[in-house]
Design a protein. Structure first.
Lengths: 214, 503
């Protein structure tokens, strides 16, 4: 007997005492919890996102589409970034004013090459206000997961208000589970020393989020 | 490079002293108690605040419980569904009935890649099966990359907490371990390393980076597996998880069969309750979700090892099966007065604290001294149940397991029904209970006994003799009234004609 059959057989025998249950799953769980916490307008939801991002030590900037290129160029210059990796589908306008050398992510580039890059600029799939989270889904304007991981400085552009949702339940509705997803809430951190939060371990130690309005 | 990682005892454990003996040593260790008190009290207050932000916490908790109960009720169906969806997404699914089989599968998969080393994301399942030791025996080095796991691995130590395995170490001890051991495993600690947490984190970043960049094989567990989509979820903080899940060419995930949730939507419950319960954050810094493999992004080979190792035996126990709802948040450890004083090592398992006290004796059975003693490693205060985000009634299971240890009875081991013999060492308890049953069943004997007790009450000792002294050393014996209640009732017609107590 294969282990598969053995385990499935054990499960069935273990449940022999349980009453037959034909209730469809949709009815088996009472979802009396809230879809959203609190009653906020669009502007307040964006405000909450900014607050919660900052609370977990992300640096938040706000600008309009017209100022985006200048804002990004300024952020990269302020950091002293000489090289910045960009996902293949990033709007070329965004970094048109940047002085840093743009490094296109190639399939064959190694982690070592990425490790020498100063910064990365991406878009995002959705941002969650209640938790201060941005979610990347590997779309062409966000790129492979590794490019937002190895460089020490990540700039993520969120189009507001259309990419902002209030809550975790709302964000899952917008996401496609077949894509590789990365949920990011502030820079890399740890609670492993005396259960106290410290920012800055393996992921980017600086996370900057640009909330851009049309 | 040293290959002497001392991990956790493999299930079933080698002889580990019973809980009271192990705890006895721990409570006299002042440093340990100070470290634990500091850490658990810090997190307790924070968790309360994070939970209070959610007005619908009770409903989320109930939904989490129902999702898990439903999944366990139909586990066979969902296991098959997970297998189908992971396979359809490009993953390869393996089934492991026990620790040995899981270790053999993983060792074979690593050997097939030809790589001599692997990087690991913190995973309870791989600790439970003693994977690092099994790989070491096959000549494969496994590097732990979670900061606390690194501290434990470098310190040749054992984990003592589910979330923060090095909770028993303070910053000074961590500094010393890094300064002393890092050079033996790779990049040495920076010169003049101090004990500020930020510097310690930086030292870990530098030490592990070279290992991440060259890694070809990653090993992980998972917090959740979604049956309908085949999606696996890893919740973490540091980014070491992301490194292990995306940089290697091959990813092997060892996941307990109870980690399934039926639908994508179910994650909306646990992504809200897990971070707040474990690190008291609105959301943990990083959560990775992957479904099979993705072209040109992340590992191109993905293996999922579905692990039983006592879980189906636990499922067979109608009271105890609720332990399988556990999402490993560790909130129950942080509030437990016993854990705070005894520390995690006394529990003799990778699962310490209240959840460990009900999980280990079920996964491993109660044959060993430590496992038979674990159901007693509790004051039954109920704080663990209060904070549990999936409402596991830990005190109920503890009492149930105590009964099983004392009385014996039918249990399931490795899928077979066996009759457990009553444990030794509980003869006095059983005799006392038998005597009580007899007395309560015969009114005459009960009355005679009560009257005798009342008349002789001034001669009663204030502490119990023999083994009972352990109980009465810290408790007052209940005083015996001057007159049994029933005598008083008869004499006074229910208090109407009360002329004072009997002399």
């Amino acid at each position: 007997m294969s282990s598969r059959e053995r385990i499935l057989g054990r499960v069935r025998r273990a449940l022999a005492d349980v009453e037959q249950d034909d209730m469809p799953y949709e009815q088996a769980v009472s979802r009396d919890y809230l879809r959203v916490h609190g009653d906020r307008g669009v502007e307040q939801t964006v405000e909450l996102l900014a607050e919660n991002l900052a609370d977990y030590r992300a640096i938040v900037h706000r600008c309009t589409t017209a100022d985006l290129a200048a804002t990004l160029a300024g952020m990269l210059a302020a950091r002293g970034s000489r090289t910045v990796v960009v996902p293949p589908g990033l709007d070329p306008e965004w970094l048109s004013a940047a002085e840093a050398e743009l490094v296109l992510d190639r399939a064959e580039s190694t982690p070592y090459e990425l490790d020498r890059v100063d910064s990365v600029v991406t878009a995002c799939a959705v941002a969650v206000a209640e938790t201060g989270t941005i979610v990347l889904d590997g779309s062409p304007d966000q790129g492979r997961r590794r490019i937002t991981l190895v460089p020490d400085h990540h700039i993520c552009v969120v189009r507001v208000p259309e990419q902002v949702v209030a809550s975790v339940p709302q964000s899952l509705e917008r996401l496609d589970p077949t894509r590789p997803l990365t949920w990011i809430s502030g820079p890399s951190a740890t609670s492993d020393i005396e259960l106290d939060r410290v920012e800055g371990v393996h992921g980017p130690r600086t996370l900057e989020v640009v909330l851009v309005t049309a | 490079m040293s290959g002497t990682f001392v991990g956790m005892p493999v299930f079933p454990p080698p002889a580990h002293p019973a809980f009271p003996k192990a705890a006895h040593e721990a409570v006299h260790n002042q440093t340990l108690r100070g470290n634990l008190r500091h850490a658990t009290h810090t997190i307790r207050g924070k968790r309360e605040k994070a939970v209070a932000e959610m007005s619908d916490w009770a409903e989320l908790r109930e939904a989490g419980k129902q999702i898990k109960d439903h999944t366990l009720r139909h586990l066979d169906r969902y296991l098959v569904q997970v297998e189908e969806s992971v396979t359809a997404a490009g993953g390869i699914v393996h089934w492991a009935a026990d620790a040995d089989e899981a270790n053999r599968i993983v060792a074979r998969l690593v050997k097939e890649t030809g790589e001599p080393e692997v990087v690991k994301v913190k995973s309870m399942a791989t600790q439970e099966i003693g994977l690092n030791e099994a790989l070491e025996a096959e000549g494969i080095h496994a590097y732990e990359t979670d900061l606390a796991e690194l501290i434990v691995q470098l310190g040749k130590d054992r984990p003592s907490h589910i979330l923060v395995p090095a909770i028993h170490r303070n910053r000074g001890e961590i500094r010393d371990i890094f300064a002393r051991e890092m050079s033996e495993w790779g990049r040495p600690a920076p010169e003049g390393l101090t004990d500020t947490p930020a510097e310690l984190a930086e030292a870990a970043r530098l030490h592990l980076r070279e290992k991440f960049l060259r890694a070809k094989v990653g090993i992980s567990g998972a917090n959740f597996m979604v049956a309908e989509t085949g999606t696996l979820v890893v919740v973490e903080s540091e980014g070491n998880g992301r490194m292990c899940l995306t940089l290697p060419e091959t990813l092997i995930s060892v996941v307990g069969i109870e980690k399934i949730v039926p639908t994508w939507r179910d994650l909306e419950v646990f992504l809200q309750t897990l971070p707040r319960s474990s690190t008291a954050e609105r959301m943990n810094p990083y959560t990775s979700m992957w479904t099979g493999t993705t072209d040109q992004d992340g590992p191109q080979t993905f293996h999922l090892v579905l692990l039983d190792n006592g879980r189906t035996d636990t499922l067979a126990d109608e009271v105890g099966r609720q332990a399988l709802r556990c999402i490993r948040c560790s909130a129950c450890l942080n509030v437990c007065p016993v854990y705070e004083r005894a520390g995690g090592h006394a529990y003799g398992s990778v699962y310490p604290g209240p959840i460990g006290a009900i999980l280990s004796p079920q996964l491993r059975g109660t044959a060993s001294e430590i496992d038979a003693s674990l159901p007693y490693a509790s004051s039954l205060c109920g704080a663990c149940y209060e904070v549990c985000p999936v409402a596991i009634d830990i005190p109920e299971v503890l009492v149930h397991l105590r009964e099983r240890v004392v009385e014996g009875g039918p249990v399931t081991r490795e899928g077979n029904k066996v009759i457990l013999k009553p444990a030794k060492g509980h003869a006095a308890e059983r005799a006392a209970m038998r005597a009580a049953r007899w007395a309560f069943a015969s009114p005459r004997a009960l009355r005679a006994g009560q009257r005798l007790a009342s008349r002789t009450r001034r001669f009663h000792p204030r502490t119990l003799p023999g083994p009972g002294s352990a109980w009465s050393a810290t408790r007052d014996l209940p005083p015996v009234p001057a007159e049994p209640f029933r005598d008083w009732w008869q004499r006074t017609q229910g208090g109407k004609g009360d002329k004072g107590a009997a002399k």
